[in-house]
Design a protein around this ligand. Structure first.
Ligand SMILES: Nc1ncnc2c1ncn2[C@@H]1O[C@H](COP(=O)(O)O)[C@@H](O)[C@H]1OP(=O)(O)O
Ligand SMILES: [Mg+2]
Ligand SMILES: [Mg+2]
Ligand SMILES: [Mg+2]
Length: 306
């Protein structure tokens, strides 16, 4: 890998390769049929694919970036990993990116990488594989700056290949998708299909949507915002964690969208922060009035998110 490239571009470039490899592992586990599901908590599953994909990504990144904190959703174990799960390649186009001065010489101590090896596990176990993404987010200080979202089951009929990878670096660029504005004169809201409750529903009802798009995964829902299929992602629940939102937030910000909690505050992604997004997730596509959504959320809904 070009050592002259900056640390941030090297992390994002390698993360692209690592998520593609993890996506192949996720497809292989599904086609072999041995999901070996473990129940981590209420409505909270883990499969062999979550475990193996995390192992692939974290082992690869930690060998290349030994001084950087990497936090993954799944608990790690010390078992051997196949050598072909260890990724050393990097996306060459990303390595060529020119960064602004403040991102050029970052201190490895200020970087935290958040890994969600399989976002949308509930849907994956139900065979709704199009909802699945692999997420790697890169925070510098408190801010989510770089993000990679890989969709292992995306079908590109023209290229005849399975899978695509979307990336973004705030203030630098994005790729792997073409941003589209959502339709004018309508309010399309995307939200959970597997983790709903009274508070989640009350928030959506208060926004009087024309349509509610219920799909799995934080990564998948932010892709709907990137591609103009929804105006807002509304999840008034404490269920999402930092690894769910770091990468999607960075990619969304790179095209001018916004992701905050229900009080309008950005989440902090430094290594010492708590994992749950206790104040919910509200994200809007570029050009949408984020404040309008915040203003229309009932006080009671906000108070349940503390
Ligand atoms: N109550 C919860 N318990 C565990 N994970 C949750 C919960 N709510 C949301 N998540 C995580 O956030 C993602 C987005 O939520 P949803 O799909 O319900 O909109 C889920 O796919 C899941 O990530 P993961 O699949 O990686 O465990
Ligand atoms: Mg999970
Ligand atoms: Mg997740
Ligand atoms: Mg996950």
């Amino acid at each position: 890998m070009a050592q002259s490239a900056s640390l941030l571009t090297r992390i994002v470039a390698t993360s692209i390769s690592a998520t593609i490899r993890a996506g192949k592992i996720i497809r292989d586990v599904m086609s072999d049929g041995g999901l070996k599901i473990v129940e981590k908590g209420k409505n909270d599953l883990q499969t062999e694919a979550d475990r193996c994909a995390q192992k692939c990504i974290i082992t690869s990144l930690s060998r290349l970036f030994p001084n950087i904190t990497i936090i993954g959703e799944e608990e790690s174990n010390s078992c051997e990993i196949p050598s072909d799960w260890i990724v050393t390649e990097a996306d060459q186009d990303i390595l060529k990116l020119k960064l602004p001065a403040h991102l050029e010489n970052i201190d490895p101590k200020d970087v935290c990488i958040w890994v969600d090896p399989l976002d949308g596990t509930s849907e994956y176990t139900q065979g709704l594989v199009e909802h699945v993404t692999v997420l790697v987010g890169v925070a510098i200080g408190e801010r989510a700056v770089g993000g990679v979202i890989h969709q292992p089951y995306y079908k590109d009929n023209e290229k005849g290949i399975l899978g695509r990878t979307l990336w973004g670096i705030n203030g630098v660029g994005y790729g792997g998708f073409v941003p589209v504005s959502p339709p004018d004169g309508k309010r399309l809201i995307t939200t959970t299909r597997s983790h709903s409750d009274k508070n989640v529903k009350a928030a959506i009802d208060a926004l009087s949507p024309d349509e509610v798009i219920r799909v799995g995964g934080a990564g998948h829902k932010v892709i709907l915002l990137l591609e103009g299929k929804a105006h807002a992602y509304v999840f008034a629940s404490q269920g999402c964690k930092k690894w769910d939102t770091c990468a999607p937030e960075a990619v969304l910000h790179a095209i001018g969208g916004t992701l905050t909690d229900f009080y309008g505050e950005k989440y902090a992604y430094h290594a010492e922060t708590i994992h749950p997004n206790l104040r919910g997730v509200l994200a809007t596509a570029p050009g949408q009035a984020h404040q309008w959504y915040l203003n229309h959320i009932p006080e009671e809904v906000k108070q349940n998110l503390q």
